[in-house]
Design a protein around this ligand. Sequence first.
Ligand code: BGC
Length: 517
Amino acid sequence: MAGGSIVTQVGGKEYPGNFTLFVAMACLVASSGGLIFGYDIGISGGVTSMDSFLSKFFPSVYRKAKEDVSTNQYCKFDSQLLTLFTSSLYVAALASSFAASSLTRTSGRKWSMFMGGITFLIGAVINGLAVNVFMLILGRILLGVGVGFANQSVPLYLSEMAPAKLRGMLNIGFQLMITIGILAANLINYVMSKYDWGWRVSLGLAGVPAFIITIGSLCLPDTPNSLIERGHSEQAKEILAKVRGTKDIQDEFNDLTTACEDSKLIKSQWKDMLEPRCRPPLVVTILIPFFQQLTGINVIMFYAPVLFKTIGFGDDASLMSAVITGVINVLATVVSIIVVDKYGRRVLFLEGGVQMLICQIAVGVLIGNAFGTSGVGELSKTYSMVVVGCICAYVAAFAWSWGPLGWLVPSEIFPLEIRSAGQTVNVAVNMFFTFIIGQVFLTMLCHMKFGLFFFFGGWVLIMTIFIFLFVPETKNVPIEEMVLVWKNHWFWRKYVSESDIHVENVEMTKKSHVKTP
Ligand code: BGC
């Protein structure tokens, strides 16, 4: 049915289960894997603007920055070498997510989390003690490997552990930890920028969250899904009863076992992924991280101090403003945790998209109005406050929509046998575009000027239409019954045949609302 969207709701049976302390603790520990990613996003921008760090490792960049007396606000601070240092981590993360894919599938989710923690820990120590650029880059690559393993395994772990009705909330614990990591890094940078050796503390402290996830992962049980997949059915049953807080788990256990039998039939996760029945989750999982990065969020996350400097704040004030966006990022993620299983993923995606679009247009107009195309001008205090206000509203919108949902949705829509490979696709695409944005933003700002905000705004419009038409609601659907969601979607149903549906005892109810945009 071209041009229209059917919102389908699948009501499979409901599994009994409570919100247990056991599941809460397991998810809390696992989501701390998000801290290492967040800390890294937040730390590099601040460190690379510290004089003592630049003069030690990148003296040519330092000299150039000092000589740069240009008044063009759009074209300051542009150094490919420095941005390459920042973004090298994302390339390492991309590569390691492929190795993580098979470890996660064959040895279980917890060992990938452990690998993530330990490599990140070693990377943090090397970085904190760095005496030359080689140590700096080596450390950075190890941090990237750690992020690749953690981001590949943690969202899967959370989505599989959680009861269907709380999956959104528990999975978003990961994004909450990312935002806390970013905020902690911003605060630490703010304090450490005042000391010559401050960059060592900033980089070395990354070891703290790495320590938490390394030790934490050793104490965690693996998910029932992964245990069954690896032939430990009895243990899986025990864990399932424990996480659900009831002995009445036979129905859910049967569904997991059926999913696992399908899983045993496949030869290669990657080949299977190309089959028509996997087309819907695959396309959605490629586009969601791509779109998430094209919201432009990392322009704010990486370059907030630079951006705030550009719009006329002094050094300290610009770091402070970055802290403000950090706090809003955390608080708005909490909003998402509260509403995601009640109102669903689509509402958040659509509202967030519209709000981001409005803010981007406003920032583009305000900055264009003040600096024109020459990039020369000054902003009054009130004017700057309005710009910061718009940026904050934009960050809030991202933080309750594309931020958490960019990790949640891809982790819950694949069948068990290729869930691990699916999550690798998510991480790899995300890291690739994080790298690209990190690498080209400053050059783009210099060339596109205030038009850059309209550029990202255009993408936000496209992604919002994409969600409206092609992303079905997945709230409250048991994870091993997702195939029913695709089977009931107006567009994707043609890729799923009856023989692909192996879920047992499911009564499907289908409520179709035709909405014509
Ligand atoms: C994104 C990151 C981003 C962060 C901001 C995450 O979901 O993947 O790229 O920096 O949100 O909070």
